[in-house]
Design a protein around this ligand. Structure first.
Ligand code: AMP
Ligand code: GLY
Length: 422
């Protein structure tokens, strides 16, 4: 089978790496990919948001399946585009319909879905400029800190957590007046939940689902979870506090009602669901839905998946996922993200990366790299160094040893990934 994977980050390199070992795969194409995916498949210079460009690449390369990595093409309707085009109807797409993708594309839609299907989540009110007075009254009923979320996609920056109520009211006004463009024309105001977060992943064919390994990511730039939010600085899987009892609650109260909800609401969904959860006094709540895998979580999830991922995708496409039982590596996987100095603020690109061939005992997934007389940096998050071990410490020791060997100007990484789990 010929497969096209859309995206260019560490998540896509990890997916490509896992797909590459499948006997079911013939040719693998990645659009646009990075220097790492270019070593295991053919990178195509096509923008995943240019659906006609994707269509041309699919026809030209005889592609039978498209796996969508990032959320934006899904929210923009790439799956519907394929379903509705007679030239593409034989091509399977791994990724939900645009209605399904609204779970990530609209926080208000996601909250309504959860209330409708009795899925535990924080209390909320969605407001627009016309209903700002109601929003202020709702804020008065909540305790500090106050959570304000832009309804639409805001590249991970649309959530504000504010201690002071006057400041929260002020920010609400600014958001509704266009602080995040159209994405914040509607704002979801939420009760703050205090607990510990984790990411739970499933893949579904719309009827049944398969659990994948859970993971915890480290979003802040600084050690001890300090400083600015990033796309993710590292991850660990499995998550020790996600014990059997807790995961049973997640399955019963969150995953099953979500899949049932799709059926009841007539939502077509063949793809990944990423449940951003928080454990509050032992109980799981949904903080957010994403309609894709996480990054850098995928860089620890794929190395633990022992089942052929292409077989999983074929089962998803054919609607026979219930026939498959996945196998996972029981060892701990960790990943340490090496980033460009200055990230998540301003940083420079085009730095030569040296030492990749000295890496031993870890897998290096490329995130922001490109080939230009060797491998050079092309993004804030550059490389994810993943290792497996019998404990978090044993796995981390390998990743840190290898991260030291890899050189690029102003490289930075957190040296405390997993600090709160040990
Ligand atoms: P989101 O983009 O919805 O994942 O929000 C970004 C981050 O804000 C989450 O990972 C949480 O750390 C935090 N957050 C969002 N909603 C809440 C909430 N209701 N209570 C506490 N923290 C939250
Ligand atoms: N690591 C969080 C995300 O992918 O959204």
């Amino acid at each position: 089978m010929n497969i096209l994977l859309l995206g260019s980050g560490g998540r896509e390199h990890a997916l490509a790496w896992k797909m590459r070992v499948s006997p079911l795969l013939d040719n693998l194409f990645i659009a646009p990919g990075n220097a790492g995916t270019g070593l295991i498949g053919k990178n195509l210079n096509v923008d995943p948001e240019d659906f006609n460009g994707v269509k041309n690449a699919v026809i030209k390369n005889n592609i039978e399946m498209v796996v969508v990595g990032p959320e934006v093409p899904l929210v923009k309707g790439i799956t519907d585009f394929f379903l509705n085009d007679p030239d593409l109807s034989r091509v399977s797409v791994i990724g939900p319909s645009s209605r399904g993708a609204q779970l990530e594309g609209s926080k208000e839609f996601a909250k309504q879905f959860m209330v409708q299907h009795k899925i535990p989540t924080a209390r909320y009110l969605a407001v627009t400029l016309d209903t700002i007075d109601e929003g202020e009254r709702f804020l008065n009923t909540l305790k500090s800190p106050f959570v304000l979320k832009a309804d639409g996609l805001a590249a991970g920056k649309g959530v504000l957590i504010i201690d002071d109520i006057d400041e929260a009211k002020n920010e609400l006004q600014m958001m509704l007046s266009g602080k995040f463009g159209k994405a914040s024309n509607t704002v979801v105001i939420e009760e703050f939940l205090s607990g510990i977060e984790l990411s739970v992943f499933v893949v579904t064919d719309g009827h049944s689902f398969m659990m994948l390994p859970e993971a915890k990511d480290y979003k802040r730039i600084g050690e001890g979870d300090s400083g600015l939010n990033t796309g993710g600085m590292g991850a660990v899987s499995p998550v020790p506090f996600a014990d059997e009892d807790f995961m049973n609650k997640v399955e019963k109260r969150i995953i099953k009602p979500t899949i049932e909800g799709f059926k009841e609401d007539g939502i077509e969904y063949k793809g990944f669901i990423f449940f951003g959860l928080i454990k509050v006094e032992g109980e799981p709540y949904v903080i957010e839905y994403n309609v894709r895998l996480g990054d850098p979580e995928t860089e620890v999830v794929m190395p633990r998946l022992q089942t052929d991922v292409v077989e999983v995708f074929k089962a998803v496409a054919a609607g026979r996922l219930k026939d498959l039982t996945p196998k996972f590596d029981p060892r701990t996987a960790v990943t340490v993200m090496m980033v460009s100095g200055g990230y998540p603020g301003k940083y420079e690109k085009g730095k030569n990366i040296l030492g990749l061939d000295h890496v031993e005992g870890s897998i290096v997934f490329h995130a922001g790299t490109t080939s230009s007389n060797g491998v050079v940096t092309s993004g804030g998050r550059v490389l994810a160094v993943t290792s497996l071990g019998s404990s978090i410490d044993e796995a981390l020791e390998k990743s840190y040893r290898n991260a030291e060997k890899i050189q690029f100007e102003k490289k930075y990484y957190r040296k405390d990934i997993g600090f709160d789990l040990k």
